[in-house]
Design a binder for this molecule. Structure first.
Ligand code: HEM
Length: 217
């Protein structure tokens, strides 16, 4: 293998691995943590405060979330802008999933930047003036219909990107080698994506009591 191919191969593998560990695992943790919104403000704020009070939380966030996501996103952008878009030449299902994987990556990047600005950056400012109430913050943000709509799009893009990415991941890492196993994996990851999407949207709706049985306070 020539030197360049070897480097490109390793870069692709590192990029692929970062999509699952730790970025994908963080996405799962984040969606499950936010589902506590269904139980009202006290339980939700308790969970958030537990997480933000962990020892060395800044190092955990920097090395296990921010840097891996930044590396995955930067190399992902490079793939998006140097890859070939060949849906017009080959109109197959897999080509569309290849294109949607890239489009959803770019949407996720914009969404994550906006979301971090509205939550993390806000909480750092709010902490200076007292005790930030995360539940009320999300409630205020999501009370605006277009913000709620964009959050649904952002969560949808992240979940699609993760589930479709995991389908590819299983092929890349030799988990699904036969055509039949790849076919079964489509259904498996589609189901995982659907469950995560419902979990994400129900959490978003719970902040203002729009999900059945959610107290909304
Ligand atoms: C919630 C955040 C994200 C998660 C959980 C995530 C997860 C994943 C996973 C699991 C894969 C499959 C790896 C593989 O193909 O073997 C993947 C691929 C990919 N990701 Fe992400 N990702 C995220 C954010 C981003 C962002 C912000 C970008 C920036 C554009 C991006 C661009 C890409 C691209 C282009 C691929 C396809 C790589 C290829 O087919 O060669 N991702 N991602």
């Amino acid at each position: 293998m020539v030197e360049y191919d070897k480097r490109a191969f390793i870069n692709r593998r590192v990029h692929s691995l970062l999509g699952l560990i730790p970025v994908g695992l963080f996405l799962l943790e984040h969606l499950f943590m936010n589902a506590h919104a269904m139980h009202g403000s006290e339980i939700y704020n308790g969970r958030v405060e537990f997480l933000v009070s962990l020892p060395f939380v800044w190092a955990l966030e920097l090395f296990f979330i921010f840097l891996p996501l930044a590396l995955h996103a930067l190399y992902g952008l490079w793939i998006v802008f140097t890859g070939r878009w060949n849906t017009h030449a080959w109109r197959t299902e897999r080509n569309w999933s290849y294109v949607l994987q890239r489009i959803s990556g770019v949407v996720v990047l914009a969404y994550v930047a906006w979301h971090v600005w509205q939550t993390k950056v806000w909480s750092l400012q709010a902490a200076a003036g007292g005790h930030p109430d995360f539940f009320v913050r999300m409630q205020d943000l999501l009370a605006v219909p277009w913000v709620l709509a964009l959050y649904v799009v952002g969560v949808g893009a992240a979940v699609y990107h993760f589930a479709n990415g995991m389908w590819n991941f299983c092929i890349t890492w030799g988990v699904t080698l036969t055509r039949a196993s790849q076919q079964r994996a489509i259904w498996f990851w589609a189901l995982v994506g659907l469950v995560l999407f419902v979990l994400g949207v129900s959490s978003l709706l719970s902040f203002n009591g729009l999900w059945p049985d959610s107290p909304g306070i």
